[in-house]
Write a protein that binds this ligand. Structure first.
Ligand SMILES: Cc1cc2nc3c(=O)[nH]c(=O)nc-3n(C[C@H](O)[C@H](O)[C@H](O)COP(=O)(O)OP(=O)(O)OC[C@H]3O[C@@H](n4cnc5c(N)ncnc54)[C@H](O)[C@@H]3O)c2cc1C
Length: 388
C-alpha cells in the first residue's frame, strides 16, 4: 500500500499527530497493533501545556465535557497525613496559564481524539496491524507488519510507545531502564468509600520510597488511585517483584486515609516504572519518533501524554513550514522538541527522588515544602507556560 504519512501506534500521541497533520490538509494512515483502539482504565492529569495543544487540535470543547477541574493539589505526608503544601489550581492558576488543570479518564481523552480523527475525512485508521520492521531506501520508507502487510511511505512517524519496535531502526539503545519502582492504578466508584466520597481535590501523599495519589474523575462519580513504591525484590529479567503483598507491606505504616485507599486498589495488574536516558537524535531521514517512543519518562511530573501532545502539534507545524522536504521538517521538529523533552525527562527523575526521600532527608524536604506559598507558581512556569 502506498501512503503519504504513516503513523505507527494509535495511542494518545499517534491519534493526536494524525489529527494535527490532517488539519494541515494532509492525508494520513495510522496503524495500531491491537484489534481495538483503547486505553487502560485509569485517570490522566492534563496540565495547561496540554490544554493549549488540545485547543490547537480543535478538541478542547469536547474534552471539557469529560474533564474535572480540581481546585487544589494537596501534598501530604504519607505516614502522618500532615499537610505539607498545596498548589492553588483555581482562578489565579487559570489567570496565569489561561487554562485550568484537568483530570479525566484516559479512555475519554482517547475517544475524543479517535472521534475527531474519524470525522476529519483525511485520516484512515487500521487496527490489528503490528509493525515489525521499517526500512529507509532514500526516496521511500517501507514498514512491514506481522501479518505480511507492507506500506511504502513518504514519511513514517513512530508513536508506538515505551516498547517501540521502530525505535531500534532509528536509535538502537536496548530496552527501557527500570527504576525498581512499580505502580498500581485504577478507578474506584465514589460509592465504595465507606467514609463518604473523598474531597474533590487532587491529593498526593509521599513517604520514603512510596507515594499514593487520588483524584476525582467523570463528574466525581469515580476516583482514580495510583500507588507507587520501590520494590526490594526487584530482579532483572524476573516478573516476580512489586507483588500485591509488597504493596501491603510498603503501605502498612501509612495514615488511615492512605491505608483505606490501598485496601481498595485493583491488584490484578501492575506497571513497572521505566524510562530511558534522553537522546538528541530520534530522526532518520523519513522516519521519526514521537511521544514515549522518543522520550519515555517517569510519571512524576504527569507529563508523558502532555509532551506527546506538544510533539504532535510541533511536528505538524514543521511539516507545514517545510512542505515536501520531510527530512528537514522532521529535523526541525526534533530540534525544537528534544531540549524540552530532555529537561522534562530529567526533572521527572529528580522530582521522583524528591518525593521518595528516606527519613534522614525528609525533614529538610518538608521544611522547604511547608514554607512555600500555595499561590507560588514560579517552579511551574517553565512547564505550564507560556503565561498568557
Ligand atoms: C502510572 C502512570 C501514570 C501516568 N500519568 C500521566 C499523567 O497523569 N499525565 C500524563 O501526561 N502522562 C502520564 N503518564 C504517561 C502517559 O501515560 C504516556 O506518556 C502516554 O500514554 C504516551 O503516549 P504514546 O501515544 O506515546 O504511547 P502509548 O500510549 O504507549 O501508545 C502506543 C500505541 O502504539 C501501539 N503499538 C505499540 N507497538 C506497536 C507496533 N509495533 N505496531 C503498531 N502499533 C503499536 C500500542 O498498542 C499503543 O496503542 C503516566 C504513566 C504512568 C505509567
Amino acid at each position: 500500500m502506498r501512503v503519504l504519512f504513516l503513523i505507527v501506534g494509535g495511542g494518545i500521541g499517534g491519534l493526536a499527530t494524525a489529527l494535527a497533520l490532517s488539519r494541515t490538509g494532509r492525508a494520513v494512515h495510522l496503524i495500531e497493533k491491537d484489534n481495538e483502539f483503547g486505553e487502560i482504565g485509569a485517570g490522566l492529569q492534563l496540565a495547561p501545556n496540554a490544554s493549549r495543544m488540545l485547543e490547537r487540535l480543535g478538541v478542547l470543547d469536547e474534552i471539557a465535557k469529560f474533564a474535572v477541574y480540581p481546585n487544589r493539589l494537596v501534598w501530604r505526608d504519607a505516614i502522618s497525613g500532615k499537610l505539607l503544601t498545596a498548589v492553588n489550581l483555581s482562578e489565579p492558576f487559570r489567570q496565569r496559564y489561561r487554562y485550568r488543570y484537568i483530570v479525566m479518564h484516559r479512555s475519554d481523552l482517547l475517544n475524543v481524539l479517535l472521534e475527531a480523527c474519524r470525522a476529519s475525512g483525511r485520516i484512515s485508521l487500521e487496527s490489528g496491524k503490528r509493525a515489525l520492521t521499517v526500512e529507509d531506501s532514500g526516496d521511500c520508507a517501507r514498514v512491514c507488519c506481522a501479518d505480511g502487510a507492507t506500506y511504502d511511505c513518504d514519511a513514517v512517524i513512530a508513536a508506538d510507545g515505551l516498547w517501540s519496535t521502530v525505535r531500534k531502526f532509528v536509535h538502537d539503545d536496548g530496552d527501557p531502564v527500570c527504576s525498581m519502582y512499580v505502580a498500581y492504578r485504577g478507578t474506584i466508584p465514589a460509592s465504595q468509600f465507606s467514609q463518604g466520597a473523598p474531597p474533590e481535590e487532587m491529593v498526593l501523599w509521599t513517604g520514603p520510597e512510596k507515594h499514593f495519589v487520588r483524584y476525582p474523575l467523570r463528574a466525581k462519580k469515580l476516583y482514580n488511585q495510583v500507588a507507587v513504591f520501590r520494590s526490594y525484590r526487584y530482579c532483572e529479567g524476573s516478573d516476580d517483584w512489586g507483588t500485591p503483598d509488597e504493596l501491603d507491606e510498603h503501605f502498612a505504616q501509612t495514615s488511615t486515609e492512605v491505608r483505606n485507599g490501598i485496601a481498595l486498589m485493583d491488584r490484578s495488574r501492575r506497571w513497572p516504572i521505566l524510562d530511558r536516558p534522553p537522546i538528541a537524535n530520534w530522526t532518520r531521514n523519513r522516519i521519526t519518533l514521537l511521544g514515549d517512543a522518543a522520550h519515555p519518562m517517569q510519571q512524576y511530573l504527569a507529563q508523558g501524554a502532555c509532551q506527546a501532545l506538544e510533539d504532535a502539534v510541533t511536528l505538524a507545524d514543521c511539516v507545514e513550514k517545510y512542505g515536501e522536504s520531510i527530512d528537514r521538517a522532521f529535523l526541525a521538529y526534533q530540534e525544537i522538541r528534544s531540549p524540552r523533552t530532555t529537561r522534562v525527562q530529567l526533572e521527572a527523575r529528580a522530582f521522583g527522588e524528591f518525593w521518595h526521600r528516606m527519613p534522614e532527608r525528609l525533614e529538610e524536604r518538608n521544611r522547604l515544602l511547608l514554607q512555600r506559598s500555595h499561590d507560588d507558581y514560579t517552579e511551574l512556569d517553565w512547564l505550564y507556560g507560556p503565561r498568557e
